[in-house]
Design a protein around this ligand. Structure first.
Ligand code: NAI
Ligand code: MG
Length: 356
């Protein structure tokens, strides 16, 4: 019997609603495979907690989480708490505290998923974004000088260390090699004459160690255009924190919408737990109404299974999502359906039992 300890941070808004469905599907897997078990510990952190206790998570939160096998997160953020507080004091604290320096976001147009592009072949939208997740413009380095005065100046510094840049690029090359795919680097060396010239240089250096991996390199603006006009160019993609954040939302739109987009925050050395989450936010506009699409969370549950070494189950869950979309009957309103969040979760769980 293998038991995995999962820390659950359901968070705010639709976070708890969608997470429940992810857990439903994980439980279905463990029900089908008697030897695999999940043990959940719930942490009530988020904006409501902030309202009561003045902090987004406990002071020793990182300490409390560190011995878990994985963290499953819904979403954080709610009107009343400034977004930079909810983001920095919880999500980024965990990503940084646990050195989850790889953010993996699949942009794959699975069967049955809607795509806004006309004339695109389904197989052409199949990218794996590997986003740097620990530094860049999100390092929190900068200053705010002469606040409120006429000569006010703010600085937000992009931080690109050799270690940080090299390790994400190397991880991407390893992934591309393992999957037998090409690797594209997205940067902006023409305008960002320090950080991105450096990025491009490191990419070339590491590329020399992987002569078997076909590479391409684009400027971020051109890449944004090409993702729309010629998505099949992109297989495995490596990019910086900021560019990855933006481009993966574009990618989410290409691959079925925000309701389907999942992301994993990985600490590859497994020194610390990794964290799995849908990439959407807490959607306060639809929270508490059973309208939220749980498929992104279910997809991230599939990433969690992959990460724990149960790739056959990761695939099974994704196949079940695909099947649900093909059936086209049990979908939430964002996918033009009339089903509730929990009805979608139920249906995925029952398709999992049918497919196994
Ligand atoms: P959002 O992703 O919460 O919502 C954007 C739009 O997409 C809304 O119209 C929402 O109804 C819809 N939407 C999002 N997820 C959906 C789902 N699963 N099913 C159906 N519709 C869905 O982004 P927004 O509105 O910019 O941010 C809301 C709050 O979430 C803010 O406080 C923000 O800081 C936070 N946020 C948190 C993230 C996280 O925890 N990882 C990521 C992004 C935003
Ligand atoms: Mg984002």
């Amino acid at each position: 019997m293998s038991t995995y300890k999962i820390a659950v941070i359901a968070g705010d808004g639709i976070g708890p609603e969608v997470l429940e469905e992810g857990i439903k599907v994980l439980n279905k897997i463990s029900e089908l495979d008697g030897s695999l078990q999940f043990e959940y510990t719930y942490f009530p952190w988020g904006c409501e907690y902030y309202a009561k206790h003045g902090v987004m998570m406990d002071e020793d939160g990182i300490e409390k989480l560190k011995d878990f096998d994985a963290i499953f997160l819904g979403a954080v953020g709610f009107p009343g708490v400034p977004d930079h507080i909810s983001l920095w004091d919880l999500l980024l604290k965990i990503r940084k505290g646990f050195d989850q320096y790889i953010n993996i976001r699949p942009i794959k147009l699975i069967k049955g998923a809607p795509c806004p592009l006309k004339d695109v072949k389904r197989e052409d939208v199949d990218m794996l974004f590997i986003r740097e997740n620990s530094e860049g413009e999100y390092a929190g380095a900068g200053d705010w000088l002469f606040k409120g005065q006429e000569n006010e100046v703010v600085l937000q510094t992009g931080v690109f260390s050799r270690k940080g840049t090299e390790r994400v690029i190397r991880y991407a090359f390893e992934t591309a090699r393992k999957e037998g795919k090409s690797l594209t680097s997205i940067s902006k060396g023409n305008a960002l004459n320090y950080s991105m010239v450096f990025w491009d240089q490191v990419f070339e250096e590491v590329a020399a160690e992987y002569p078997d991996v076909k590479t391409a390199s684009y400027l971020v603006d051109a890449a944004a255009m090409l993702m729309i006009t010629d998505p099949k160019r992109f297989e495995v993609v490596v990019t910086s924190n900021l560019f990855g954040d933006i481009l993966t939302d574009l990618g989410a739109a290409l691959a079925g919408g925000i309701g389907l987009a999942a992301g994993a925050n990985i600490n590859p050395e497994r020194t610390f737990p990794s964290m799995f989450e849908p990439i959407h936010g807490s959607a306060p506009d639809i929270a508490g109404k059973g309208l939220a699409n749980p498929l992104a969370t279910i997809w991230s549950a599939s990433q969690l299974l992959d990460f724990l070494g149960y790739e056959q189950y990761g695939k099974l869950v994704l196949d079940a999502v695909e099947e649900l979309l093909l059936e086209g009957k049990v979908l939430t309103p964002d996918m033009k359906g009339t089903a509730s969040t929990s009805e979608v979760g139920d249906r995925v769980a029952s398709i999992v039992s049918l497919l196994v």
